[in-house]
Design a protein around this ligand. Structure first.
Ligand SMILES: [Fe+2]
Ligand SMILES: [Fe+2]
Length: 278
């Protein structure tokens, strides 16, 4: 057990903020997985720093790593205050797989792929997660999510700005980096938008089949749609060529990506919509 975490779950917590035990089991699951993503982000940013030549950008990236360390502390602190368990360590293997791909990009000195993996893909998913934690949760969770969300939006903005400049200078190579990273990292990230896990629920002592997203008035399909819509917005904001991004987005239906309405997919022959298809 990590010393940042609190293992007990009392009857008092179950009635705190008028929420029930099922709600706090859900929070334990989501917050623990979020903490794991934050830990991965610290390592990614730290590993990226030596690839950055510009000193101001290097300092900015080190600060991003520091922001992520604060997020780990905030998530662990939330668990202590509301008395639910937070595993402040990586449990689900997908985070380790993404770390491995990130390290491969570092080894190739592919800064564009590093920025795509951490600042675009991971931060986009973090933004979706913290937006969800602002809605229909308890006031303490919502307040924490709001404060972390502001940092994650700033991180996404940094990546978007840097990648847009790199894309203008060398579009072919940056778009190659996007394609390389997309096929490796997006399936891992999307596989975590799920009601089942590898071993996190066992570690937390919660019922894996009984994780109840309904207690925050959402469901898996709604989260997948929001995640993919936000990812599409991110790619468009950087300025990637739609001829490159459209096939990537279309291919995501094979692992659960369901955009609400991406008109670019019309005519591709892909069944990616949630309604009116197949
Ligand atoms: Fe973070
Ligand atoms: Fe971040």
């Amino acid at each position: 057990m990590n010393d940042l975490a609190t293992p007990t779950q009392s009857a008092d917590a179950a009635i705190c903020h008028g929420k029930d035990r099922r709600y706090f089991d859900l929070m334990a699951y989501i917050v623990s997985n979020a903490a794991a993503g934050e830990i991965m982000a610290v390592d990614n940013y730290c590993e990226m720093v030596p690839l950055i030549a510009d000193t101001d950008a290097k300092i900015e990236t080190a600060k991003q790593a520091f922001d992520e360390t604060k997020h780990i502390r905030m998530l662990a602190s939330l668990g202590r205050r509301l008395d639910f368990q937070v595993e402040a360590r990586i449990v689900e293997p997908q985070w380790l797989h993404i770390r491995k791909h990130f390290s491969a990009a570092v080894a190739r000195k592919d800064l564009a792929a590093c920025l795509v993996i951490q600042d675009l893909m991971t931060e986009t998913m973090a933004i979706v997660l913290y937006r969800i934690l602002q809605r229909d949760t308890d006031p303490e969770t919502a307040d924490m999510a709001k404060r972390i969300l502001a940092d994650e939006e700033e991180h996404l903005g940094i990546g978007t700005r840097r990648l847009a400049a790199m894309l203008e200078a060398d579009p072919e190579s940056v778009q190659d980096s996007l394609v390389w990273a997309h096929h490796r990292v997006m399936p891992e990230l999307f596989s975590m938008i799920s009601t089942s896990c590898h071993s996190l629920c066992d570690e937390l002592g919660v019922d894996c089949g009984g994780i109840g997203l309904d207690s925050i008035r959402t469901d898996i399909e709604a989260i997948r749609v929001e995640a993919l819509d936000t990812y599409i917005e991110t790619l468009d904001r950087v300025g990637f060529d739609v001829k490159v991004t459209t096939p990537l987005i279309a291919g995501m239906s094979s692992y659960g990506g369901l955009p609400s309405a991406d008109l670019r997919l019309a005519g591709t022959g892909s069944c990616v919509g949630s309604t009116g298809c197949c």
